[in-house]
Design a protein around this ligand. Structure first.
Ligand code: CO
Ligand code: CO
Length: 377
């Protein structure tokens, strides 16, 4: 974490590795093997996009962590603050000799390995061959439980990311005029987030006007906004890797009565779900609170997704606020509450805020207004 001192930063990663070792011991596993991903960033502070050159982080139960690094990335890994062991492989040699040497050094041949869920198949096949006859399981089983409870420092970064998204909403509202295309509005949102200092996007902004709003993951296109259109804006950005994610529904000029009614129901559903959040409650109860209300108002079949998802270094991660989910909520968990109603051929409405579980309930990280927003007037 950039803002903190070098010593503080080192303590953060040491504490994470200590907790990882406890989780490994408990699960009867010998090591986590991570590839460039949110997991590797969480454990080391090093981030890169995975490419065809094998880069792996080994986090054994019994020995210090070590990275297998292509020569091309050596300086970048060092610059990230990594002080531990690095086995660098030269381009001319390929990764296999260095990888086999490292596995022997760490005593991981034939070990029980927890493998990064996001690992590329070519990395995994190389690893399987080098560590044969290793037993492999998904690392999410051990890393998920570590990452699911955020520290106060992590919550602060999520709060800053949420504030940047709240701020960018203003630019999105200004861009929503009759005649603008969805793509233009998406660009205005992206520009506003980057100009405000975001380190990147959580995902490409979603802008859906009129009937497109009934397709929750449809990318923005060339449709031009028209008076009376509902417009769903769903976007987020990153601060030091931590994501925000907010959705607001707008209406260009005058809304039709059913749009106003549907929006009110979604607002109420979100409020009911939020008031259900407290330590000890189950994720499924939060989902049920929103879903029951939408069903009672006659739109049950139009609420076609879960109520929310966890958020942190990944835009979607545990806990999932889904029907019947038994996850017990704990202080420090952070997730979205985003009920929606989708009427095919007409419009969609969604309202999304990020909340953090506190000692006694929940706190919203987004502060933007929640009522149906009139724009282009
Ligand atoms: Co969203
Ligand atoms: Co979301």
């Amino acid at each position: 974490m950039e803002g903190t001192s070098e010593a503080g930063r080192r303590r953060t990663f040491e504490a994470r590795y200590d907790r990882l070792r406890e989780a490994l011991a408990e699960a009867g596993l010998d090591a986590v093997v991570a590839s460039p991903s949110d997991n590797l960033y969480y454990l080391t502070g090093f981030r890169s996009e995975p490419d065809e050159r094998v880069l792996l982080g080994f986090f054994p139960l019994e020995r210090p962590a070590a990275l297998l690094v292509p020569a091309l990335y050596e300086e970048q890994v060092r610059a990230s603050g990594w002080k531990g062991r690095m086995a660098v492989w030269p381009e001319a040699e390929g990764p296999k000799p260095a990888l086999c040497g490292l596995i022997e050094e760490l005593g991981l041949s034939g070990a029980a390995l927890a493998v990064d869920d996001e690992m590329r198949a070519d990395y995994l096949l190389t690893l399987m061959e080098a560590a044969r006859p290793a037993r492999m399981t998904p690392a999410s089983a051990v890393l998920g439980q570590l990452r699911v409870r955020k520290s106060p420092e992590e919550v602060e970064l999520l709060r800053r990311a949420a504030a940047l998204a709240d701020q960018a909403l203003e630019a999105g509202i200004r861009a929503c005029r009759a005649g603008s295309t969805e793509r233009e509005v998406a660009l205005a949102l992206e520009l506003a987030m980057r100009q405000a200092g975001a380190g990147g996007l959580s995902f490409p902004p979603i802008v859906q006007s009129g009937p497109n709003g009934a397709m929750p993951h449809q990318p923005p296109g060339d449709r031009r906004l028209a008076p009376g259109d509902a417009v769903v804006l769903d976007f987020g950005c990153r601060v030091e890797g931590y994501c925000s994610d907010i959705t607001r529904t707008l209406c260009v000029k005058q809304p039709e009565p059913e749009l106003e009614r549907v929006h009110r129901i979604v607002e109420e559903a979100q409020r009911l779900a939020l008031s259900t959040v407290a330590p000890g409650r189950r994720a499924g109860e939060v989902d049920a609170a929103a879903r029951r209300h939408i069903e009672e108002r006659g739109y049950g079949a139009a609420f076609i997704h879960r109520t929310g998802h966890g958020i942190g270094l990944s835009g979607h991660e545990a806990p999932y606020i889904a029907p019947g989910d038994d996850t017990i909520l704990e202080p420090g968990m952070v997730f979205s509450i985003e009920p929606g109603i989708y009427l095919p051929g007409r419009f969609g409405v969604r309202l999304e805020d990020i909340v953090v579980v506190t000692a006694s309930g929940a706190e919203r990280l987004n502060q933007a207004p929640r009522a149906l927003i009139r724009c282009g007037g």
